[in-house]
Design a protein around this ligand. Structure first.
Ligand code: TRP
Length: 453
């Protein structure tokens, strides 16, 4: 099943390589760091149900569409939209969609790298035994002292950006594929071990109750927006990452089947992370709504008190940093692919420039946790603003456009041919979801948030 194309544009060596890389992109900080803390902030069960519905009805259809647009065009997102509008005889303004994706990717990576830096720093903390026999208060102090130091955050952010760019510079087969191949399976095993620990706490069922028993009175329109935005974020949708990965995919592979596999794996990891974390939160009288520090304030307690916890702690943060790395490379790949294919940059030069821009933007997030913690725009810190702007606005808008393009602009026989579904019914279901349900839901949620509905 090998497929090579002699152009600057790369190609995956197999279907399995694509699945691994796309799962590597999807599974990351979004699942293990972000999902638990936003679930905690938004009241638990009801939020989780809305998120799951969004994955099923909006996320999966759009993942199929985005992969399809990438593979059909075999181009980076900006060029892809140009090629596809030509094919459909549509307006060229659609290529702004590609632009928005490239920008969203850099903005997300700027803060993503700072948080991934935290995970990297925690490898060292675990190794030096900082968590051994520490109580919840000590663990919280370790975290608070750490994020109060701009120098430390800059150091780890820089290290993480450097690692990302070193992988991206090596291109599709040597860099992206190899990174995902070994590390994703190990992460699954470790999360299962943590769930095992959570089961031994007295608060296991309280944690499950929080995560799965819906109380819809806790749901505000902004929590619905956050749940929907997170469905895009966690599946890496709406900014062209999956489109680029799709463009490296060979023609004989079933897009729909792979999308289900990837979304399924991603959802399982997020739910397992929640099942591991909330019992620890309740067992130690912590608050589920303590924000971005949640996993850094809870999991070390488990590592500090369980047998074998020292090694588990090290391994866990290694895996988390690696999961973040396989996601980070997909955030910057659209920018790099575009610079290489359209601006005649060498891959090296493209990496240096996009990496530097992202690194510099990341300083805003670093400082928002310490020296600029009082700087607020619309009541949000720089980090919160970047997160809101990208995950809650840009990704859903990007996804909306991808859905409208695939459902209404692209010729039916083109999408039908490209998706090559096993039967007409599956295609019709997808077509219904992508033309009406997905864009309609995004639209309704936006109307609700701005108060029109
Ligand atoms: N999905 C990743 C996570 O959950 C983050 C990510 C990688 C992403 N590539 C993306 C988010 C593209 C949005 C768009 O950690």
């Amino acid at each position: 099943m090998t497929y090579t194309k002699k152009t600057v544009h790369g190609a995956w060596s197999s279907r399995f390589a694509f699945i691994l890389a796309a799962t590597g992109s999807a599974v990351g900080l979004g699942n293990i760091w972000k999902f638990p803390y936003i679930t905690g902030e938004n009241g638990g069960g009801a939020f989780v149900i809305v998120y799951l519905l969004c994955v099923l009805l909006i996320g999966i259809p759009i993942m199929i569409a985005e992969t399809m647009l990438g593979r059909r065009s075999q181009k980076n997102p900006i060029e892809a939209m140009e090629v596809l509008t030509d094919e459909a005889g549509a307006d060229h303004n659609w290529h702004y969609l590609g632009w928005m994706g490239v920008i969203a990717g850099l903005l997300i990576l700027s803060y993503y790298s700072v948080i991934a830096g935290w995970a990297s720093a925690y490898i060292l903390k675990a190794f030096t035994g900082s968590f051994l026999d520490a109580d919840a208060l000590t663990i919280k102090k370790i975290f608070d002292d750490f994020v109060a130091s701009p120098i430390q955050l800059i150091f780890w952010h820089s290290l993480f950006m450097l690692a990302t760019m070193l992988i991206v510079v090596r291109g599709v087969n040597n860099g992206l594929e190899k990174a995902a191949q070994y590390l994703m399976p190990s992460l699954f095993v470790l999360i299962f071990a943590l769930v095992g620990y959570a089961m031994t706490t007295d608060s296991y069922f309280q944690g499950l109750h929080f995560l799965f028993m819906p109380d819809f009175s806790k749901l505000t329109s902004n929590s619905v927006l956050t749940a929907m935005g997170h469905a895009f974020f966690t599946l890496s949708l709406g900014m062209g990452a999956i489109m680029v990965y799709g463009s490296y995919l060979s023609k004989n592979i079933s897009i729909a089947k792979t999308a289900f596999l990837i979304a399924g794996a991603d959802t399982v990891v997020a739910l397992l992370a929640g099942i591991a974390i909330f019992p620890i939160v309740f067992a130690n009288n912590l608050h589920p709504n303590s924000g971005p520090g949640l996993i850094f304030e809870t999991l070390p307690i488990a590592f500090g008190s369980m047998t074998g916890g020292w090694l588990m702690g090290i391994l866990f943060f290694v895996m988390l940093a690696v999961a973040a790395l396989t996601s980070a490379i997909s955030l910057i790949e659209p920018a790099v692919a575009w610079l290489v294919e359209n601006k005649d940059f060498t891959r090296e030069k493209a990496c240096v420039w996009s990496g530097l821009v992202t690194w510099a933007l990341g300083l805003g997030t670093v400082f928002s946790f310490n020296i600029w913690s009082n700087v607020k725009f619309f009541d949000r810190s720089i980090f919160q603003l970047l997160d809101y702007l990208t995950a809650n606005l840009m990704l859903p808008i990007g996804g909306f456009c991808i859905a409208v393009f695939s459902g209404w602009i692209m010729k039916k026989h083109h999408s039908e041919q490209e998706l090559n579904m096993p039967n007409e019914t599956s295609y019709q279901i997808w077509k219904l979801l992508i033309s009406y349900v997905a864009p309609g839901s995004v639209f309704l949620v936006f109307l609700h948030v701005i108060g029109v509905l």
